[in-house]
Design a protein around this ligand. Sequence first.
Ligand SMILES: CC(C)(COP(=O)(O)OP(=O)(O)OC[C@H]1O[C@@H](n2cnc3c(N)ncnc32)[C@H](O)[C@@H]1OP(=O)(O)O)[C@@H](O)C(=O)NCCC(=O)NCCS
Length: 343
Amino acid sequence: MLAVARPVNLAFGLSSNERDASHHMAAFMEVDLRTCQPDTLVDRINAVPALKTSAVLGPAAHIDKRSSSPVATTANKSAPSDEPIGLDDIPPLSLGVLTEHADKVDALKLVADSIAQQRQTASRSMVFHPLNVAGLSATLGVAYQLNSNRDLGVNLSIMSGIIMAYLMTIRYFTAQYIPLAEDLKWDWILPIKDDGELDPDAEEDKIIGAKYGNEIIGALVLRLVPSTSEQTLAAAGSTNSRRKRSPSSLNNYYTGGHGVVRAWTTILRYRRRGVGSDMLHEAIKVTRDHCGKDARVVFAEAHANSVMVVHDMFNRPFRKAEQWAAAALEKALQHVESDQPKR
Ligand SMILES: CC(C)(COP(=O)(O)OP(=O)(O)OC[C@H]1O[C@@H](n2cnc3c(N)ncnc32)[C@H](O)[C@@H]1OP(=O)(O)O)[C@@H](O)C(=O)NCCC(=O)NCCS
């Protein structure tokens, strides 16, 4: 059994969208299932909600008591350190499919933020790339040689100018991440077919959110893909529109299908705390609830963070991130399978 707690007071539901729908629905990278996963973060936290949440989120997370609603803030910006924090004031961390429109919008904003953050990653990669550093050093050397008869102040100004130009050029090349982030809109989660038309049979993507109090701290966009159109029609037993279908026939629609993770992100300050793994577990559970207990879950090849705007030699950090993301999914799948009762 998948160990993910879902507090009833949470307004959780789903959805996400696509920059290039036809692109996204096309190719998926297969992920294999192996490894094991310990108890989920949500379980660990919600066993004693207040205590454990603060423990896991660590010293960086405190509750701002001046706010009417409890929110997680950074230590230096939150409640005075000499005031003890009441356990009841610490909001629970919970996880589930988002149902509220506002939550879904916040989750999509988180995904858009993660795309914009790729600009920093790409910039760092370019600034410190050996080839660029060598080019910069050579330029500085030549400039120094050409101006060796001038005074130190002039030389320092020239060097600063060259370094500034270097950084501005990199900034220019990585700027394309910003419009990419801005392009992520609601229609990205709609089931748009290759021909650009809305698929009347399919649902919009589900958005799995991790929520700390009222704040969405993690989002995963999951697209359920039916097995084949023929099987789908047979399973649904009719060609009626989705509006006329019962929830059970919608489940039939996806039976035999699989889940595709189209976006997966945790807010920066909560990363490396297990939130991402918990969302993967939930994605597997949701997929198997709809598609069957052996349904696969894979990352979309054209996921939200897959667009690389700079030359491939600077994209190593993104390739590495994709590799450990695939490994994390594999681990989550393995964990879920080891929890399933043997047939
Ligand atoms: C990917 C992301 C959602 C992970 O969220 P998270 O809350 O930090 O994930 P977790 O703490 O549950 O870690 C999940 C696994 O990934 C690994 N991992 C996370 N960040 C990592 C990093 N920077 N480098 C290497 N491994 C990393 C963890 O070690 C963990 O594996 P483990 O269970 O074997 O220890 C988060 O880093 C993020 O939002 N990144 C930006 C968006 C992005 O790149 N998405 C992935 C697109 S493929």
